[in-house]
Design a protein around this ligand. Sequence first.
Ligand SMILES: Cc1cc2nc3c(=O)[nH]c(=O)nc-3n(C[C@H](O)[C@H](O)[C@H](O)COP(=O)(O)OP(=O)(O)OC[C@H]3O[C@@H](n4cnc5c(N)ncnc54)[C@H](O)[C@@H]3O)c2cc1C
Ligand SMILES: NC(=O)c1ccc[n+]([C@@H]2O[C@H](COP(=O)([O-])OP(=O)(O)OC[C@H]3O[C@@H](n4cnc5c(N)ncnc54)[C@H](O)[C@@H]3O)[C@@H](O)[C@H]2O)c1
Length: 472
Amino acid sequence: MADFQYDLVIIGSGPAGEGAAMSAVKQGWSVAVVDERMQVGGNCTHLGTIPSKALRHSVRRMVQFNTMPMFRAVGEPRWFSFPELMQAADEVIRKQVDGRTREYSRNRIRLHVGRATFTDTHEISVKKADHTHETIKGRFFLIATGSSPYHPEDVDFSHPCIFDSDSILKLNRTPRNIIIYGAGVIGCEYASIFAGLETRVELVNTRAGLLSFLDGEISDALSYHLRDLNVNVRNNEEYAKVETRNNGVTMELKSGKRIHAEALLWSNGRSGNTQGMGLETIGLESDSRGQLEVNEHYQTSVSHIYAAGDVVGWPALAGAAYDQGRFAAAHMCGTAREYHVEDVATGIYTIPEISYVGKTEAELTEQQIPYEIGRAYFKNIARAHISGEEVGVLKVLFHQETLEILGVHCFGAEAAEIVHIGQAIMNQEGKANTIEYFIRTTFNYPTMAEAYRIAAINGINRLCRESRKLVV
Ligand SMILES: Cc1cc2nc3c(=O)[nH]c(=O)nc-3n(C[C@H](O)[C@H](O)[C@H](O)COP(=O)(O)OP(=O)(O)OC[C@H]3O[C@@H](n4cnc5c(N)ncnc54)[C@H](O)[C@@H]3O)c2cc1C
Ligand SMILES: NC(=O)c1ccc[n+]([C@@H]2O[C@H](COP(=O)([O-])OP(=O)(O)OC[C@H]3O[C@@H](n4cnc5c(N)ncnc54)[C@H](O)[C@@H]3O)[C@@H](O)[C@H]2O)c1
């Protein structure tokens, strides 16, 4: 006889678990969430999205204060240390945990703290901090256990100068220089953060260019601006060996170069959290990156066990994880309208920020879709003059004949917000998706949204010039 019994048992209280819990409880289901951490919110709140974005926000504020001439009247430039800036992030985490805990309690969702392991396809055992166990039965399960930094065996992560994206949050000083190995989203974001702190950054990229999934023009802009912030970007490099000293690290690259720094941040890849969960006892197997395969309803091969969020791989984003959890729960409860996370917007919080939705120029060219480009440079926008954030561009790709929006790419301050205006129009059905929307709609002034009107006019004018039609 199990200690507890629920309609749905969710393992993991990150965005995927939370989305599923809230969705199922609203259908009248009894729901429990199990997490090995005392506080809810998942790695998203405690180690990933929230601390890194709060940290980046504080760094940006500090850089603004230190570089804007207006502030010189009230004081000299001031530098906070990495741990001082992390304190502001801790306060954000506290507020997030408080809010989420209240939500669970208001909705009568039961929280169990401990590490979950499957004992059979309808039961888990939860090992608590005091080493006692409780058993929980469920009609349905959702595995929402997230992901962790990948650690290669030949790198000693117990050394005090070697960090991953979890342990970097405990860095107790501002290093004078740092090697960041892996120039994925995490590597590029932390390169911006450390550059803002005036740490000299060696960003070692195993690929030919930065974030190759981005539109080429945006990826080039990122490389330019990171270099402008004094980040040394080394493309097409792989490590051969990492050596440690008391006060630093030397990385030997396969190309023969040796680079030294006070610290190394390893940000090359993540693995799904599926180890030690007893998956073998229920006939589930993860792939070489610890990820689980699911169908379009987020069902694993055991039909009442679902999985969502980072543990299923792409797109490994918080907003997508939340929606995957919601859609999985809706399917279990039989209320699903056929939703599936497909075209997600991506926000990359480098300095400056990047965001995009839809196709890139390279993809459209490969698919032989005739497109035109409308651009608006932030340096021409009144709101950007006022905020002093003049670096950036909004680029809208649209079909030459139908005028439907095919992709929105933005680089510059608040790009992650700005992109959603284009996304809203792009997701309209049929003829309602048209770049002309931005020409016939009057915007508030001065706003960054105005960039859409400027980009639309720019694009339509180019199209009209080419086809010798009337210019707008
Ligand atoms: C540095 C960094 C920055 C990021 N920035 C962004 C960003 O700006 N925007 C964005 O959209 N995404 C960002 N991400 C990605 C985002 O954080 C993840 O996509 C998101 O956290 C995935 O949510 P999840 O619900 O799948 O799981 P997670 O948030 O990973 O939570 C999983 C939970 O499961 C628990 N758990 C695991 N195994 C067990 C077990 N056996 N028993 C009990 N509990 C268990 C863990 O304790 C954890 O609390 C970032 C990630 C990192 C690392
Ligand atoms: N702003 C954001 O949206 C944001 C910010 C940070 C992280 N994230 C998410 O976190 C995820 C991880 O980011 P990342 O910077 O590590 O980039 P990434 O996923 O691009 O990985 C970097 C490199 O590691 C390799 N790799 C990945 N997993 C591996 C594994 N298990 N074993 C060996 N090699 C592996 C990849 O092939 C790649 O070359 C991304 O998928 C991203 O969606 C998002």
